[in-house]
Design a protein around this ligand. Structure first.
Ligand code: URP
Ligand code: ZN
Ligand code: ZN
Length: 436
């Protein structure tokens, strides 16, 4: 396949060139490539960018209301439609279960995935064989990150003694620990207090998880990572206080990466001041914050404190799932979809509003997640790299709606958002995705 006349965008530069693709790889980037009998795509007037990498998604996530509404099949379709060609999901062993056994089960679930995928392993417990299993994940299973939850104490969340053991084991293997940073115990107390006072509506969800419950957990994670010499990546950073702490740690030379998500950049906590039908879809954790937090997150992306934009894609239907918590917000399954619109939202509200450059767009959406999570030959338009390529139409306008989105969910937290920019052609491992 030959792509001609397009404008290639990398982390560093923007330039016109042709691209030759052979056997799933980018084999040549040069001007005026002419090879007879190649399938030619004319990308005149379009950007050519590496396929998006969403480093934080939950397909088929179990909950008390059934699995999250996007399976690997429907969720990967939504990802590809939005220009994301690789997702990183999670393996979450039951407490006491072998990590490797859990991984095999998860691989079976992911068989229907249409795009490229990788896993983070989520230590939920630490036993005698765990260090060996962590080693095995890295050496044999191509897993290069481990993710712990400091919230959800009654389910997958861990206590500090386990966190310390995990950090030491991960540091010993020179790997990376990713963390959901929220102070689980304090949040559980606040949730119980609100419910006992009859404060049951979704608007109490953000009040039960105030900013300091994230930033104190970030502070703890940074301190313990320093003590154990463990590299860390903090997922879905949502507060200005956390951004400050992360920047300060980075300035001392500590290996701390950070991720944020479109919902924290584009929505504010007024979304909770609505009736249940409209506010329940915003029950996700950490919750949607204030305008001042949005500004700090955009600045963090611009100045490099935050390296990646992921989505934490984890949709639940309003009807039949979220509405289980109609009379008790703590029963609403946490999460929302995002994988489909991450890139068009970031392009529209980031690049087109001059908050980031187009090169930062590529860096944050593809190149950095590939580097941080060791996705070999991915995340760049470069000779020898995998041909995961998006031809980006920077002019196409759309309006996000649950009526037209590809993801399997009866609602969308970005309903009504206007986007400019669209993944017009998606090439996955050298082949055009025809069904999109
Ligand atoms: O509310 C959320 N974010 N649900 C998905 C699980 C998580 O915390 O990442
Ligand atoms: Zn999380
Ligand atoms: Zn998540």
């Amino acid at each position: 396949m030959l792509i001609i006349n397009g404008t290639i965008v990398t982390s560093e530069k923007t330039f016109k060139s042709d691209i030759l693709i052979e056997n799933g790889k980018i084999t040549k980037i040069a001007e005026n490539i002419s090879i007879p009998n190649e399938k030619i795509i004319d990308a005149e007037g379009k950007y050519i960018i590496p396929g998006g990498i969403d480093a934080h998604v939950h397909m088929d996530l179990p909950s008390h209301t059934g699995k999250s509404s996007d399976s690997f099949l429907t969720g990967s379709k939504a990802a590809l439609a939005g220009g994301t060609t690789t997702i990183i999901d999670f393996v979450t062993p039951e407490k006491g279960e072998s990590y490797i056994v859990a991984l095999e089960k998860r691989k079976a679930e992911a068989k229907t995935c249409l795009c490229n995928y990788a896993f983070h392993m989520s230590p939920t417990w630490f036993g005698e064989n765990t260090e060996n299993e962590i080693h095995q994940c890295i050496e044999k299973e191509n897993i290069h990150s481990f993710k712990v939850y400091l919230a959800y104490k009654k389910a997958v969340g861990i206590e500090d003694d386990v966190l310390l053991k995990v950090m030491k084991a991960v540091a010993k293997q020179n790997s990376l620990l990713t963390l959901h940073c929220e102070m689980g115990d304090e949040i559980d107390e606040l949730r119980a207090k609100f419910i006992s006072e009859g404060k049951t509506q979704p608007k109490y969800h953000p009040l039960s998880r105030p900013n300091h419950t994230e930033s104190e957990a970030v502070e703890k994670a940074i301190r313990m990572a320093k003590e154990t010499n463990c590299g860390i990546y903090i997922v879905h950073v949502s507060t200005k206080e956390s951004v400050d702490l992360i920047r300060k740690a980075q300035q001392t030379g500590q290996k701390v990466f950070a991720e944020t998500c479109p919902q924290y950049l584009l929505l504010d906590d007024s979304v909770y001041d609505q009736e249940f039908e409209l506010s329940a879809k915003f029950v996700l954790s950490p919750p949607i914050r204030k305008k001042a937090d949005q500004i700090a997150l955009w600045n963090g992306l611009k100045n490099g404190t935050i390296q990646t934009l992921a989505t934490d894609h984890c949709p639940f239907h309003l009807h039949g799932q979220k509405d289980v918590g109609r009379n008790d917000f703590t029963k609403i399954p946490n999460g929302a979809g995002g994988v489909e619109h991450r890139m068009s939202l970031f392009f529209t509200y980031g690049v087109l509003q001059n908050k980031i450059t187009i090169n930062q767009f590529v860096d944050i959406c593809s190149t950095k997640p590939a580097e941080i999570f060791k996705l070999k030959n991915k995340g760049q338009i470069k000779e020898g790299f995998d041909a995961d390529i998006v031809i980006w139409n920077a002019k196409k306008e759309s309006i996000i709606s649950a009526k037209t989105h590809k993801q399997n969910c009866d609602s969308n937290i970005f309903e009504g958002f206007k986007t400019i920019g669209f993944a017009e052609t998606v090439i996955l491992n050298g082949k055009k995705c025809e069904y999109l």
